[in-house]
Design a protein around this ligand. Structure first.
Ligand SMILES: [Zn+2]
Ligand SMILES: [Zn+2]
Length: 304
């Protein structure tokens, strides 16, 4: 990205944030099956989209997407606001604040929330798993006031969320008048977790389940984790299942080329419980041998 586009990005970000943050009271729930996302450009030098797309899902839930022209992974990040704490899930694929001003963006949202609620809250920065496209901007949050960054190792996750028996234990995490549930789902990566918000009924599944290439590092753990998610989905109402990327096109079973920084007509972000069940039955049919298999909304993609 050139310096010129960088400056215009910063200007655009300010405009976008002012517009979205001050429209908070008018919002119900965003229809994520209709939501379009910034999705890169044929020529990234000419890309004028904001560095981070900020979408308010409901009055206390925000979804952020990194500009594909700063990193082809274009990961999503999620911010849940409570009465005592806010939880940011993931910090994206780029470290430098000048290209990817994540702390600034999150801080404006949290600050506005604090003023509305008339109280100070603690910001917790945690991760769906330990891959570089989900923790790169952690550095922007270091040594900031009222901010705690959860470590990246499985043991850090276990200690912080007080999980007693990994990966079978499912625990509550209280944000203050808002309870999240932490569900361990190793397989894509050994420290992978899913997050369920009992308020918004959103289920975050990280890179384990999203409209794209589901890279499987540990086949057996992955299958067990998908079974755990399906069991969980039978006991909890789920509005949307949201993963961390979009790699599928809007054509069934067809993904964008790996590393592409241009996703015209990409798949919508949400998946649903039926999709999750079809992943489960496909994994069962494939048995013990890690096998690549394309489905309508995702591709099972073993990497070992
Ligand atoms: Zn990822
Ligand atoms: Zn990953």
């Amino acid at each position: 990205m050139t310096l010129k586009t960088k400056k215009s990005f910063t200007f655009y970000l300010t405009l976008v944030l002012i517009t979205s943050v001050f429209c908070i009271s008018a919002i119900g729930q965003t229809d994520l099956n209709k939501q379009n996302w910034i999705h890169g450009s044929e020529d990234c030098e000419k890309n004028t989209d904001e560095p981070i797309q900020v979408v308010q899902y409901d009055e206390s839930t925000w979804i952020l997407r990194q500009n594909m022209c700063t990193n082809y992974e274009a990961p999503f990040m999620f911010l849940f606001l409570g009465q005592k704490k806010a939880l940011l899930m993931d910090t994206g694929a780029t470290r430098e604040e000048e290209y990817f001003p994540l702390y600034k963006t999150v801080n404006i949202i949290v600050d506005t929330w604090q003023k509305q609620q008339n109280k100070k809250i603690e910001l917790i920065v945690a991760h769906t798993h330990k891959h570089g496209d989900h923790f790169s901007a952690d550095t922007q949050f270091k040594e900031k006031a009222n901010t705690t960054i959860v470590g990246l190792e499985k043991t850090d996750v276990i200690d912080f969320f007080k999980l007693t028996s990994w990966p079978t234990d499912i625990v509550d995490f209280e944000l203050g008048n808002r309870i999240l549930k932490i569900v361990p789902i190793p397989g894509h990566q050994e420290a992978s977790i899913a997050i369920y918000d009992t308020s918004s009924k959103l289920l975050l599944t990280g890179d384990t389940f999203y409209p794209g290439r589901l890279y499987v590092e540990d086949w057996s753990s992955f299958k067990t984790s998908v079974n755990r998610l399906v069991e969980f989905s039978k006991k909890h109402e789920i509005k949307y299942i949201l993963g961390n990327h979009i790699e599928m096109t809007s054509t069934d079973g067809v993904d964008f080329p790996m590393g592409s920084t241009n996703h015209p007509e990409e798949h919508k972000l949400p998946l649903n419980v039926e999709d999750l069940e079809s992943l489960q039955s496909s994994l069962n049919n494939l048995g013990d041998k890690p096998t690549k298999k394309a489905h309508k909304n995702f591709i099972i993609y073993p990497i070992n």
